[in-house]
Design a protein around this ligand. Structure first.
Ligand code: C2O
Ligand code: CU
Ligand code: CU
Length: 573
C-alpha cells in the first residue's frame, strides 16, 4: 500500500485540464511542439490568488555609501487575494516575500523584462511540471508564461529563484530570488511566533568591487568548486542587525547562496533550536549545538531572547568546519601541509587550484552573519511547543524496490560535475529515471569516483591517505578515477516535486576527522528537499512521486555545478 502524502487536497486539479492529464506525451514530443508556454489563463482554474511578476535589470542602493548596484530583480503586483500575500523587502535586490495558505489556487503571470532569458522556479512547492519553472519553459526577453497551481504544501518556508539552464547561478547571484511561506490550519493552531516575530533570514554571500558592483566568477576554474563571496548579506543587506524584544522569535533561515555552506551557531556554544526544515514543520522541535545550512536548504529557527537583559547583543556566526572542499584546497585553506607523496605538479592541480580558492572567505571559515540586539523587555513570549506538524515517518516498508534503489551518483570530471555519469539533457531520461506516478522510491545518493566501483574507490581512499599514490600531475590524473577523488567535495543535492525523508547517512573513507566538524548539524528528522552530501557520505532517502506526471529535475544546488550540467530529471508517468 502506497502512502498518500498530500491528503485532503481539493479534487479540483484532478478533474481539470491543469491536472495529470496534461502531460502524457513523451518529453521529446513535448519539446518539439511550438512551445510549452501557457499564454492564456485556464478558464476553469478559479484562482484565489493572482500575481503579476516581472524580472528587470535595475540599479538599487544596497551599500550605504557610493553608487547604486546593478542587479536583476523580481517585482510583483497583487491582482487578487489577501493583502499580505506580497511583502516587499525594501532597498535590496530580493523579490517580495510570497505568503500562501495551503489550499489556495494561485495564478502567476510572469513576464521576463530583462535583456536575457529566464524562468522562475518555486523551490519547495509541489506543483505541476508546467508551473515548476523547468528550464524548457525559459522565456526569451519580453516573453511571458502563466503559472497555475494549488498550494499543496503544508506550513513551511520555501524559496523561489531563476532556473534558466546555464544562467541560474549568475541570475540568482544578481538578485533573482525571494522567500515563500506557506501556512495551514494545523500551524495556526500552534502558538508559534507570528507577525513581527516571524522574520525572514535569507543568507547570501556577495563580492562588491570598489564601484559597488557585484563581482561574479571569471572563467571556468572557480565554477568547478562554486562561487564564494566576501561579504555576507542577510535579507539582501550587509552587516545586518535585528532589534529584538526579550521573547521568542521565528527566523526563517534560507540559504540563498550559490555555493556557500553555513554552520549556524552562537559563539559561546549555546545550542540552536529548529522547528522546521525545507518547506515543513518538524514533527517536534530539535536542538543541536549548531546547524548546517547548505544552498537551497531552509531551517526555521526558534530564537528565544527571553533570558537576555535589555542591551545584550548576540552574534550569529557561521562557525568553522572542515571537509567541504577537495582535500588539496582544504589543506591550503587551513595552511596545513598536504600529505606527502601527492606531488601536485603544475597544471590544474597547482596554479589552477590556487586560482579556485577565489574568495578571501573560504568555505568553512568562521565569520559573523548577523547581530541581535535586545532592546525591549516583554513578558508575553510563547512557549516552545512539545510537538509541531503532523508527520508520517517513511521507512523501508513504504518504498518500492528496497534492494534496488535509484542511484544518484555524484562525480567530478574535469570541468564536468555530473550525476549518474551524465550531464543535463533537456529531453532525455535514463531508464531508471522513469518512475510511476504514485510510487515512493528509495534513492541512494553517493560519490561515484570515475569509472571505478565503490569498493575499489574506498580502497583508493586508503592508498591516498597513506600517501603512496603517484599522482603524475596535470589533466591525466584529473580525468582518471584518482581525479574524481581529488575533487571530492560537498554537494547539496535537491529534488524537485514533493519533499523526501532521509532514511540513513553513512560515511566511509579518509575524511571522517573532518566530518566530525559538521556531523551534529544535520537535521534529518523531518521532510527535506535538499540534502548536503559530504565527501565519502552515502545518503539513502525515501521520495514520493505523487500527484503530477511529467519531468521533474534533480540537481546539485551548488549553482555553479548545476549550470555546468550537474542536473538530471525524473520522468513521472
Ligand atoms: Cu532551488 Cu531546481 O532549484
Ligand atoms: Cu527546486
Ligand atoms: Cu555539486
Amino acid at each position: 500500500m502506497t502512502k498518500k502524502i498530500n491528503n485532503n487536497r481539493r479534487q479540483f486539479l484532478q478533474n481539470s485540464a491543469v491536472g495529470v492529464a496534461a502531460l502524457t506525451t513523451f518529453p521529446g514530443v513535448l519539446l518539439a511542439q511550438s512551445g510549452p508556454l501557457r499564454k492564456k489563463a485556464t478558464p476553469n482554474f478559479k484562482a484565489d490568488v493572482e500575481i503579476e511578476f516581472v524580472s528587470r535589470d535595475v540599479y538599487v542602493s544596497i551599500l550605504k555609501t557610493g553608487r547604486k548596484t546593478k542587479v536583476q530583480k523580481y517585482y510583483a503586483k497583487l491582482l487578487k487575494g489577501p493583502k499580505n500575500t506580497l511583502v516587499e523587502l525594501k532597498g535590496n535586490y530580493l523579490g517580495p516575500i510570497l505568503n500562501y495558505v495551503k489550499g489556495q489556487k494561485v495564478r502567476i503571470y510572469y513576464k521576463n523584462m530583462m535583456s536575457e532569458p529566464s524562468i522562475i522556479h518555486w523551490h519547495g512547492l509541489h506543483v505541476p511540471q508546467d508551473s515548476d519553472g523547468h528550464p524548457m519553459y525559459t522565456l526569451a526577453p519580453g516573453q511571458s508564461h502563466i503559472y497555475e497551481f494549488e498550494v499543496m504544501n503544508h506550513a513551511g518556508t520555501s524559496f523561489y529563484h531563476s532556473h534558466s539552464h546555464n544562467l541560474t547561478a549568475e541570475q540568482v547571484y544578481k538578485g533573482l530570488a525571494g522567500m515563500i511561506t506557506v501556512t495551514d490550519e494545523e500551524e495556526q493552531k500552534l502558538d508559534l511566533p507570528r507577525g513581527e516575530y516571524d522574520l525572514p533570514f535569507v543568507i547570501q554571500d556577495r563580492t562588491f568591487n570598489a564601484q559597488n558592483q557585484l563581482q561574479y566568477l571569471h572563467g571556468m576554474h572557480g565554477r568547478m568548486t562554486g562561487f564564494l563571496g566576501e561579504s555576507i548579506l542577510v535579507n539582501g543587506l550587509p552587516n545586518v542587525e535585528f532589534f529584538v524584544k526579550s521573547r521568542a522569535y521565528r527566523f526563517r533561515a534560507v540559504n540563498g547562496s550559490n555555493s556557500r555552506i553555513y554552520k549556524l551557531g552562537w559563539d559561546d556554544g549555546t545550542p540552536l533550536t529548529a522547528i522546521g526544515t525545507d518547506a515543513h514543520l518538524l514533527p517536534k522541535p530539535e536542538t543541536r549545538p549548531y546547524l548546517m545550512l547548505a544552498p537551497g536548504e531552509r531551517i526555521d529557527l526558534w530564537l528565544d531572547f527571553s533570558g537576555h537583559a535589555v542591551g545584550s547583543e548576540l552574534v550569529m556566526y557561521s562557525l568553522p568546519y572542515e571537509g567541504a572542499m577537495p582535500p588539496k584546497m582544504e589543506a591550503q585553506r587551513l595552511g596545513k601541509k598536504s600529505s606527502g607523496g601527492m606531488g601536485m605538479g603544475g597544471g590544474m592541480m597547482g596554479g589552477g587550484m590556487m586560482g579556485m580558492m577565489g574568495s578571501r572567505l573560504g568555505q568553512g571559515d568562521k565569520f559573523p552573519i548577523a547581530t541581535f540586539k535586545v532592546t525591549e523587555k516583554v513578558s508575553d513570549s510563547p512557549k516552545l511547543p512539545k510537538t509541531l506538524g503532523q508527520f508520517e515517518r517513511l521507512t523501508e516498508r513504504d518504498v518500492d524496490y528496497k534492494n534496488k534503489p535509484i542511484p544518484i551518483g555524484i562525480s567530478m570530471k574535469p570541468m564536468r560535475p555530473q550525476l549518474n555519469g551524465k550531464s543535463f539533457s533537456m529531453n532525455r531520461v535514463l531508464d531508471f529515471e522513469k518512475v510511476e506516478l504514485g510510487s515512493i522510491k528509495k534513492i541512494k545518493i553517493f560519490h561515484d569516483h570515475g569509472s571505478m566501483k565503490m569498493k575499489e574507490g574506498e580502497k583508493m581512499d586508503k592508498d591516498m591517505s597513506a600517501g603512496n599514490m603517484n599522482m603524475g600531475g596535470g589533466m591525466g590524473m584529473m580525468g582518471g578515477m584518482g581525479g574524481g577523488m581529488m575533487m571530492s567535495m560537498a554537494h547539496p543535492i535537491h529534488l524537485h516535486g514533493q519533499q523526501f525523508q532521509v532514511l540513513s547517512r553513512e560515511i566511509e573513507g579518509m575524511r571522517q576527522e573532518e566530518y566530525k566538524t559538521v556531523k551534529e548539524g544535520f537535521l534529518d528528522t523531518g521532510w527535506k528537499d535538499t540534502v548536503l552530501v559530504m565527501p565519502g557520505e552515502e545518503i539513502v532517502i525515501a521520495k514520493p512521486f505523487q500527484d503530477y506526471k511529467g519531468l521533474f529535475l534533480y540537481h546539485c544546488h551548488n549553482l555553479e555545478h548545476e549550470d555546468l550540467g550537474m542536473m538530471r530529471q525524473f520522468y513521472i508517468s
